[in-house]
Ligand binder design. Structure first.
Ligand code: ATP
Ligand code: MG
Ligand code: MG
Ligand code: MG
Length: 578
């Protein structure tokens, strides 16, 4: 491949664009990799498209290597399956919805669990067909509240999403582990420094989940690591240690808000009292589980204290933290209604009660479309009632059970937590049967009875990964691409016109013929100085300067990462480069 700068769709910028607040965004714009086209929407210019394609290809290779099969779902989908799964309401404002000419509701898919489950239901009928994992690389759409930092958080972005189907938990765990290993290979090959952290599972539901966070100051996620053991978790997902049975700390507290283990409850109680005093009793109009109403019933207190906890799109954060702050002897009743019973069964139970080690049961007295989970620990001390709420109450937003560095590690006896920031580049989930339940995906089992497969899902932010790499690989002069993802292998600079230009084009041709990706700066109207500055900005690993020493039969090779320069005889260049 040979690209010529004289004709390439590329205009480098000398100045930092005013609206670009993070280094990757600034540099990808300045070096001509992307252009903003809309809020959260970017055009990939030729150099950017080359990087995006290389990243995509690495991801694809590693998925294929573990036996995943590539498919391609439509992005424009009917609302119905997303209503059936509950995610239409759950995603709420985060999805782009639209109507077709007949008025039928559609959405632009944020991910494709529904489609994957329906496709497998459509085609597979027997246990013999399993396990199977499908993946695709596709443009996803999310109406992000704050599109920011260029392609790091777009409203339209490229994702690799994979969906595994297994007949039992052992199979699911194996699929999850396989993807975990493949993800490590992907991010290693991409040259990203990353940490795998325990995570909450967002709007997916499900139980076990981990994120791959590329460490950088500009990351939107905060995670903690332990000074003494391998524990690492997104601060959204840190579950504080519940006291062991028999531990004096495990005795139920006399007064909820006096116990050091329940700072959150104390804060919530205070908030509830404030709301009650203010005569606000409008919480019960329920909508989606975006908002959660928490009711604390304490012994001797007749009236429930009504609490509203909600962060748009981030409800799990608070649920998890509240769950973590509850005393293990609490009785918890989780209630949901409307089309959300699966969410309550599939998410609230395992995520919160499960995380606390509380045994729970699904209450059979459920009204249609309703699910209750009742905590089965020592009853009667105090009860916590979590209800899905319809309205978002900004005044009810509570930051609960904040984790600080310095806090004791929940996984080992001696360690302390330290805090860092990162960009979520990948996320793996053991989903379980949420979606196969929703679509009654059953296949014939070995004993002749139906078996319901269990799912995992695995995402990589492909376009985000490009920016994450740029974030970790740049200096004050520009981008410094790792060789595996650079748009080209060699950047040839013709420092002058005439013989130098001819020689550069000739060398470019020979390097391309040897299988390298080559960019030749053959512009005749800019100075050598401008070409060198641009070469550093664009960040291709090696620059070859065809300059004054050409007359003696030499060119200069410059390493972008180290700044190292060596003179190489013309006839030795091609073998040296390949
Ligand atoms: P975030 O926490 O950053 O909003 P998410 O948890 O909502 O991400 P997932 O649903 O886990 O995202 O999607 C899988 C992957 O897609 C993420 O790990 C991330 O790399 C990528 N991704 C998600 N949202 C965006 C976005 N708005 N722009 C670019 N990439 C994204
Ligand atoms: Mg998100
Ligand atoms: Mg996330
Ligand atoms: Mg995620």
């Amino acid at each position: 491949m040979l690209l010529r700068m004289s004709t390439l769709l590329l205009r480098t910028l000398r100045e930092d664009p005013a609206d670009a607040e993070v280094p990757s965004h600034r540099l990808l714009l300045r070096a001509g990799y992307v252009r903003r086209a809309a809020s959260g929407g970017f055009t990939w210019l030729p150099l950017g498209k080359l990087v995006l394609d290389r990243v995509t290809e690495i991801v694809r290779q590693e998925m294929v290597a573990i036996g995943d099969q590539e498919v391609h779902f439509p992005a424009l989908l009917p609302a119905e399956p997303y209503r059936t799964s509950g995610r239409w309401a759950e995603y709420g404002d985060d999805i782009f919805t639209l109507a077709d000419r007949r008025g039928a509701e559609h959405l632009l898919a944020p991910t494709h669990e529904e489609m994957a489950a329906l496709l497998v239901k459509d085609l597979f009928t027997s246990y013999r067909d399993f396990p199977v994992t499908l993946f695709q690389v596709q443009t996803k759409f999310r109406d992000e509240a704050r599109p920011r930092a260029g392609v790091l958080r777009g409203r339209e972005f490229l994702m690799k999403d994979a969906y595994s189907f297994d007949l039992d938990e052992t199979g699911l765990r194996a699929a999850y582990d396989r993807h975990r290993v493949a993800y490590r290979r992907v991010f290693d090959r991409l040259g990203l420094a990353y940490t795998i952290v325990a995570a909450t599972s967002g709007a997916m539901g499900g139980s076990a989940s981990e994120e791959f966070l590329a460490a950088t100051e500009v990351g939107e996620d905060t995670f903690v690591g332990c000074t003494a053991c391998a524990y690492a978790a997104n601060t959204e997902a840190v579950v504080t240690r519940a006291p062991a049975p028999g531990d004096p700390a495990a005795q139920p507290p006399a007064e909820v808000h006096d116990t050091p283990q329940t700072p959150t409850i104390a804060a919530l109680v205070a908030l509830a009292n404030a709301r009650r005093l203010a005569g606000r009793d409008d919480w019960s109009a329920a909508d989606t589980l975006k908002n959660v109403v928490l009711t604390v019933r304490r012994p001797g207190v007749d009236a429930a204290e009504l609490l509203v906890v909600g962060v748009p799109g981030d409800r799990e954060v608070d649920l998890k933290r509240i769950g973590a702050a509850l005393h293990p002897a609490s009785v918890a009743v989780f209630e949901g209604w409307d089309e959300q019973p699966d969410l309550v069964r599939g998410y609230l139970g395992p995520q919160i009660l499960g995380a606390l080690g509380i045994r729970y049961l699904v209450d059979p007295r459920v009204a249609p479309g309703t699910a209750w989970l009742t905590g089965a620990n020592e009853p009667g001390r105090h009860a916590v009632h979590v209800v899905s709420g319809r309205d978002f109450h900004p005044e009810g937003t509570v930051e609960a059970a904040e984790v600080r560095p310095g806090d004791p590690c929940p996984a080992c006896p001696t360690g302390e937590l330290t805090m860092r920031r990162g960009i979520e580049v990948g996320h793996i989930f053991q989903l379980g049967r949420r979606f196969t339940d929703a679509f009654a995906l059953d296949v014939l089992g070995p004993a002749g009875t139906p078996v319901r497969p269990t799912m995992g899902c695995y995402g990589i932010g492909v376009s985000r990964a490009v920016a994450a790499i740029a974030e970790q690989h740049h200096d004050e002069r520009g981008l410094v691409w790792p060789a595996a993802v650079a748009p080209c292998d060699v950047h040839l600079v013709a420092a002058g016109k005439g013989p130098q230009l001819d020689a550069a084009l000739d060398l470019g041709g020979r390097l391309a013929a040897a299988g390298l990706r080559v960019l030749v700066d053959d512009r005749t109207h800019v100075s050598a100085g401008v070409k060198f500055t641009d070469a550093e900005l664009v960040g291709i690993p090696r620059t070859v300067v065809v300059g004054r020493r050409l007359a003696d039969g030499y060119v200069e090779v410059r390493e972008r990462a180290t700044g190292e320069r060596v003179e190489v005889p013309l006839d030795g260049l091609v073998p040296r480069m390949v």
